[in-house]
Design a protein around this ligand. Structure first.
Ligand SMILES: [Zn+2]
Length: 157
């Protein structure tokens, strides 16, 4: 049997190291699973599906941590805020996940200054959704919103 983690370490070095205990404990606090997604991931990005969070390769523990809180924001915003099963737009859903995730981070004692590397990373991630294909479809064709949202959930970042 192939161990994907061991295989990934051969390719990605410590970018695929074990997920820090602090993140694993936070995930457990919210009843969410967190694991390393080793295949074809963008460095320091995560994704989520249901209550499972996947963190990709990471070369910066701080960016990995804030990405985790963002994904946690996705999980909890779907359960707490977006009970109707969709969001107004991909962009507003991303903003919501960031704000909720950063709020949860703050509750646990994590706070980043406005011009820190982590917050710049967060804003860069958010603005990447402006005028991307999904957002354009949202705006151009309101009837596609549900479809776009369903697709976004599977491969969300
Ligand atoms: Zn996101």
């Amino acid at each position: 049997m192939v161990n994907p983690l061991a295989e990934g370490q051969a390719q990605g070095g410590d970018m695929l190291r074990e997920i820090p205990t602090s993140i694993q404990e936070l995930a457990a606090t919210y009843g969410v699973s967190v694991s390393r997604h080793t295949v074809d991931t963008v460095v320091n990005e995560g994704c989520s599906a249901g209550r499972d969070i996947y963190l990709g390769k990471s070369d910066d523990p701080d960016l990995e941590l804030i990405a985790f809180f963002h994904e946690l924001g996705h999980v909890l915003s779907e359960e707490r805020v977006c009970k109707r099963g969709c969001v107004l737009s991909i962009l507003s859903g991303e903003g919501l996940a960031w704000e909720l995730g950063l709020g949860i981070a703050f509750e646990h004692g994590y706070e980043w200054k406005y011009d820190s590397k982590a917050m710049k990373y967060a804003r860069r991630c958010l603005v990447s959704y402006i005028n991307n294909d999904a957002t354009k479809i949202d705006v151009a064709e309101a009837g596609m919103v549900v479809l776009v949202q369903k697709q976004g959930r599977e491969g969300e970042q």
